[in-house]
Design a protein around this ligand. Sequence first.
Ligand code: ADP
Ligand code: MG
Ligand code: ZN
Length: 615
Amino acid sequence: MAASEDNSQKEATKRAIRFTLFFLLIYTAIQYFEQSTPELLNYSEFKNRVVAGQIKEVTIQNETISGELSSGDKNSRYKVVIPSIGDTDLMPLLDDKQVTINAKSSELPLLVRGLLGILPWILIIGLFMYSSRLMQKRIGGASGGGMFGFSRSKARRHEGQTISVGYEDVAGLEQAKADLLEIVDYLKHPQKYLDLGAKIPKGILMMGSPGTGKTLLAKATAGEAGVPFYSISGSEFIEMFVGVGASRVRDMFEQARKDAPAIIFIDEIDSVGRVRGTGLGGGNDEREQTLNQILAEMDGFEPGEAVVVLAATNRPDVLDPALLRPGRFDRKLTLELPQCAAREKILEVHTRKVPLKDKNCLKDIASRTVGFSGADLENLVNEAALHAASNNSNQVVAEDFEYARDKVILGSVRDDLLTDEERKRVAYHEAGHALTALHMKHSDRLRKVSIIPRGRALGVTEQMPDEDRHNFTQDYLEERISILLGGRCAERKTFGVVSSGASDDLKQATQLARRMVAQWGMNDAMGPVSFPQSEDHPFLGREMSEPRNFSEQTLTQIDREVTGLLSRCETITEEIIEKYQADLDKLANALVERETLDEEEINRLLDYAGSIVQP
Ligand code: ADP
Ligand code: MG
Ligand code: ZN
C-alpha cells in the first residue's frame, strides 16, 4: 500500500508544477501586452505638461490616460488617472495643442478574454473528473474495478507466504486440525492425489459458536499450506442491487481458479445460505441468486482444480440443505467451546508476549473460565495486561486475571451510589440466591457473592461447576430455578414485598421452565413431545415466522405446566429460607459490611464444613 501512496504523491506534485507553469505563462503574456511600467503623473501635472507642449499623444482607456512624453528618451511613458467628476476642458485643450488622441475600448486583450472564457469549463470538467475517479475508488474497493466495480468480488486476497498464523497459533481443536491437515497436504501436492484418482472434498463447513476460532483456523490452514487465501464474509455479497452478489461470487471463484492451488473462505455463510424460499421480498431473491451461484461454481470445479472452499457459520441449523449435499460442503467440522485443557493452551498462546509472574496460574484461570470461548480468553488476557499496566506493574499476576475475569463475566464495576436501604435489599437478595445454592444437592459450587453493582446487575451470586457440563439433568435444572427464585423469596421474607430487581431472575427461570416443559420432555403431563418455539424471521419479524403447529389448548396447557413448575420450585426455596433464616441474616449483614464474599469466607461465616452443604 505504501508504494502506491508514494506514487500518488509524486503524481500530485507533478500536477502542481504543471499548474504553476501554466499560470506563469499567462502572467508573462499579460505583462508582455501591458509593456513596460510607465511613470505615474498626477492630473494637474499632466495638464501642465499638455500646456507646455510636452505631450504629443494620449491613449484614453476607461479612467486612465497613457502615452509617451515627447521630451523623453525610450522609457518615458506616463500614465494618469482622470478624476471621476470629469473635466470638460480637457478635450478642447488637447485639440488646441494638436495632441493625437487614441481611444481604447475597455475590453480585455483577446488572449486573456479567451482564457477567462474557458476557465470555468476547465474547472467544471476537472471537478467532474476528480469526483468520478473518487467514486470509482470507493465503489471498486480493494480490487479496484472500473466505474462499474460493483460486480467485482470484494474478497480480500492474502498471499500464502505472508499469512503469519499457522496451526501452532490455534490451541486445542485437535480433531479439526487433523482433518484439515489432509486438505493442507492436498493443496501442497495436488498431483500426488490426482495420480491416485483420489477426490478431495471441495467444501468444508466449520460450525461453532462465535469466538471458537473458525476464522482463525481457516487462515491458519492457508498459512500452513502456503497458498493464496481469498476471504469474504457472506454479508458482503449482498448489496443494494440485485444480481451483484451472484456476479461477485463468479468473480471470486474465477480469480481463485487462476490462482490455484488456493483457498476460498466464506465467513458467516448463513447470511447467504439460509434455507431458500422461506420468505418474501427482494432481499431474499438476492440471497437466493447468490446462493445458487455458489452452488453452481462449486459444481463447476474441474477434478484437477486445487481450490478448496472453507465456510464458517454459527447457525448450521438454518443452512439450506443444498449446501450440505455431497460434492458441496459435505465435510463438516464442529468447533466446540474449549474444555479446561484447551483453555489453558489458548491462554498459553495468547500470553506468549505477556510477561507472567507465574506460568502456573494459567491452569487455575483455565479451570475457572468454564464456557469461555477462544475470543473471550484472548480478551481476558488483554484485560489482565491492561489492569497490570494501569497498576504500573511490569508483570501480570494472578490478581490481574481475577480482576479481568470478573470484568469479562460480570461487566465493569459501576460506581453509582446505592442508598443504605437499597444496599440492604440487594444484600438480602444475593444472600437469598447464595443460601439456596448452598442447600441444593446438584448445584454448582458457590464461588462468590457480591453486592458491587456491575454491568446491568446490582449484585451477583456466582456459581461455577468443577467440570464443563454438556448436559443437564432434570434435578439440576429444577434446582437452578429454585436458586434463581432465591433472591426474590429472601426479599419477600425480609421486607414483605419484592422489588423490580428480580425481573431478570424471573425471566431466566421462566425461560428455563418453558424449555423443560415444551422442548426437553421433562414434564409428565405434556409427555415426551417437543413443541418448537417458532423462530423470529430475520427480516419480517415474528408475524411471518413459521406457523405454530400445535393447538391453542396445548399452548394453554404448556403455560399451566410452566407456572406449576415455577411455583413448585418456589415452595422449595421458601422452605430453605424459612429454615435457615439465621444464616440468611448473617450472610446479608456480612455483605452490607464487606460487599464481596468468596467461597472460603462464606463457609467460615456459616460454619459449614464442606463447600456444598447437604441438608
Ligand atoms: P470465530 O470466527 O469462530 O467467531 P475467530 O476465529 O474470529 O472466531 O476467533 C477470534 C479470536 O479468538 C482469534 O483471533 C483468536 O485470537 C482467538 N481464538 C479463538 N479460538 C482460538 C484457539 N483455539 N486458539 C487460539 N486463539 C483462539
Ligand atoms: Mg469469524
Ligand atoms: Zn437475583
